[in-house]
Design a binder for this molecule. Structure first.
Ligand code: PMV
Length: 342
């Protein structure tokens, strides 16, 4: 019985979430927490999927229908369709990606069981990470031989649904390529050679949030020519440009300040929340050099930069005492990879 397992990292932003959707610079890193996709040959001819919720049967007709509906909506830029699709079926993105692989890469999809799992929380790019894992596992299982650029581009298509139409592309790029990345939509991704060791703590507010809703909120303000929002986006671009140089230099204090400045701009965009603010201020009081929300915001996760492992522990304890869930994890982690091929 053939088994393939792929895994991909989550990510956090040093700077640039939301701004990257509007062609500003973003700076992110892959983290030590991962998702995985295991594809196993089974004795029946009904393919099975365990993604969100219980194990379900997959039907080829449905996968083709989803594939066609998404392709049409993407072409027509009919973003509202994605919201409805997600509301009706939490597994629609993964079903679409399987449909995509069937249609574009001629995978003969049958007699397999796909089991996805995740260590990631809201705000750690869980969706892009799962998509990178699924696409890599499918391509390996069916011998399609996709390179990282292709895996990232296909994972991006999953995020078109998950992010309500206009993902920047930084999530799929970071979860696929891994490491430290700088990203601008019109330029693409560039991996950075970072040698310094950084200590961060991620704090989960445990408040659910929708990236698609937050992205839509900011997009509508941009479309309405909201001056404060446009100026905040430009400031984030400058902050990210400085942060890239500072990250290379290893100047922790300045990097922390830049993260704080970035958080001020995110407040102006309207994507912070009282839960995020609470964890950000307890992290700062416990000694973090800088702290900000990470990802879509509205809830989900924040990230704090610490001087060393001792401060990291203090900040994690403070986040826990304030009702959040802290994660101490490596950064600069490896991108999507095959874990098992039997
Ligand atoms: O919430 P996450 O981890 O999926 O991150 C979203 C990042 C945004 O900049 C808000 C959207 C995007 O497509 O870049």
């Amino acid at each position: 019985m053939k088994i393939i397992k792929a895994s991909a990292p989550g990510k956090v932003f040093f700077t640039g979430e939301h701004a990257v959707v509007h062609d500003k610079l973003g700076l992110a890193t892959a983290i030590g927490l991962r998702t995985s996709c295991e594809i196993k040959e089974i004795g029946t001819d009904t393919p099975l999927l365990k993604n969100i919720g219980p194990m379900i049967r997959l039907r080829e007709v449905e996968l083709n229908q989803i594939f066609e509906a998404v392709e049409k909506a993407v072409e027509e830029k009919n973003f509202l369709v994605f919201k409805e699709m997600l509301a009706n079926d939490k597994n629609v993105c993964v079903k679409y990606l399987i449909g995509y692989m069937m249609n574009k890469h001629r995978i003969n999809f049958d007699s397999v069981q796909i089991i996805n799992s995740s260590e990631l929380r809201k705000g750690m790019s869980g969706s892009a990470s799962i998509f990178s894992s699924v696409v890599h596992a499918l391509s390996e299982y069916y011998g399609v031989n996709l390179g990282k650029k292709e895996i990232s581009d296909i994972a991006y298509r999953g995020d078109i649904i998950a992010h309500g139409g206009t993902p920047s592309g930084i999530d799929n790029s970071t979860t696929t390529f891994g490491g430290y990345v700088k990203f601008r939509k019109s330029v693409g991704v560039k991996q950075l050679d970072i040698r310094n060791k950084y200590h961060i703590v991620i704090g989960d507010t445990l408040k659910p949030a929708s990236t698609a809703e937050m992205v839509t909120l900011v997009r509508e303000k941009v479309n309405a020519n909201d001056k404060a929002v446009l100026s905040a986006l430009s400031s984030i671009d400058s902050i990210s440009q400085e942060a890239v140089d500072i990250l290379k230099l290893g100047d922790l204090k300045t990097l922390g300040k830049l993260m704080d400045n970035n958080q001020e701009q995110l407040r102006i965009l309207g994507v912070s929340s009282s839960e995020l603010e609470n964890l950000i201020s307890v992290a700062k009081r416990a000694g973090a050099l800088g702290a900000k929300l990470s990802g879509g915001g509205g809830g989900g996760c924040m990230v704090a930069l610490c001087e060393d492992a001792m401060d990291q522990k203090k900040v994690a304890e403070a986040i826990k005492a304030a009702g959040g869930e802290p994660f101490i994890t490596d950064i600069g982690a490896e991108g999507v990879r095959i874990e098992a091929n039997e």
